[in-house]
Design a protein around this ligand. Structure first.
Ligand code: SF4
Length: 320
């Protein structure tokens, strides 16, 4: 059984890690962008951000004054048991979010949408969001926190199947140009695209594509992987770079996730994970061991399973 105190202590550590330490994969992508950028202002921004990330790590302070909106993704192996059950788990994640707001500190960004009530701790009705996933085997729990910035860097469009790949590219470019021109998110960013599902599922897929995949990781469907490469290149060829200035690095990577949809439609969402791509991950084992990493490894073959049955891994199938 996973001890609750291990969950809360790990969640506290993750909140600080996410706010302060830029993940290595994104940092490498940003360095590559800085090396290739020839737009004056874009280049200035990229180098300033690299210095800023180094200073944040050295000083142990948040990498951006806007610390975004913390959220949690929780994944469990099928045999995982948590002390106190799921209600205790959620309470621990909410406490850790409030604690980190005071300790790191994080900007208390969460308010009631109508009354603007602010508990000063990033916790409120439905906040932080906590989403769940499961894997067929294991006694572990993965805690993933994402401090999502880029409040306006998200859009949705209902496409028709006949819009095809050209329609996807059109909406993608429309979104990127709007994000850059109107200052809706800080670029360059990891862009996540959700295709299919219902409208709500499409939004979830796109956000997960932006926040839960690392730079350089490709979709397991080779045709989607090819489209990801193509869209990355396309996004970097519109003449816009960092913060919407003239340049050629607007997209650090482009990730696509799909879900089956109604035959009459082809839903599409676009999400920018902004210049501060904050995520931190830990696996807690049943014996209390904790392993930290920055790759959420969310989109396993099980998460992308195609139809009714899931084949057990060979080791398990033999012993069953
Ligand atoms: S969009 Fe991201 S980098 Fe820009 S201010 Fe918000 S959190 Fe900071």
């Amino acid at each position: 059984m996973i001890p609750l105190d291990a969950i809360e202590a790990t969640a506290n550590t993750l909140m600080a890690k996410a706010a302060i330490e830029i993940p290595d994969d994104y940092l490498a992508g940003l360095r590559a962008a800085a090396d290739s950028e020839d737009g004056d202002l874009s280049s200035f921004v990229l180098h300033a951000m690299l210095e800023n990330y180094a200073a944040a790590k050295e000083d142990g302070r948040a990498m951006c004054g806007d610390t975004g909106t913390p959220r949690w993704y929780v994944k469990m192996g099928n045999e995982c048991r948590i002390e106190g059950g799921p209600v205790a788990l959620e309470a621990a994640l909410r406490r850790a979010t409030a604690q980190a707001t005071a300790d790191v500190p994080l900007r208390p960004n969460r308010v009631h949408p109508l009354w603007r009530t602010d508990h000063d701790n990033n916790v409120g009705i439905g906040a932080p969001e906590i989403e769940y996933g499961f894997e067929p085997e294991g006694e572990w729990i993965d805690l993933i926190t994402v401090h999502k910035g880029g409040l306006f860097g998200t859009d949705y469009r209902m496409l028709f199947p006949s819009d095809g790949i050209e329609g996807i590219k059109r909406f993608y470019l429309d979104s990127l140009v709007a994000f850059g021109k109107r200052g809706l998110a800080c670029q360059p960013a990891i862009i996540g695209i959700g295709l299919g599902g219902a409208k709500d599922a499409c939004m979830v897929l796109g956000k997960r594509a932006a926040c839960l995949r690392t730079v350089g990781n490709r979709n397991s469907d080779p045709r989607i992987a090819e489209l990801e490469e193509e869209l990355k290149e396309l996004g970097n060829s519109i003449g816009m770079g960092a913060m919407g200035f003239v340049g050629k690095n607007m997209v650090i990577d482009c990730n696509i996730e799909v879900g089956y949809c109604h035959t009459g439609g082809m839903q599409m969402s676009v999400h920018a994970f902004c210049l501060s791509s904050r995520r931190a991950v830990a696996r807690i084992h049943a014996d209390g061991r904790v392993e930290y990493r920055t790759d959420p490894d969310w989109f396993t073959p099980y998460q992308r399973r195609e139809t009714v049955e899931w084949d057990l891994p060979t080791s398990r199938a033999k012993s069953a």
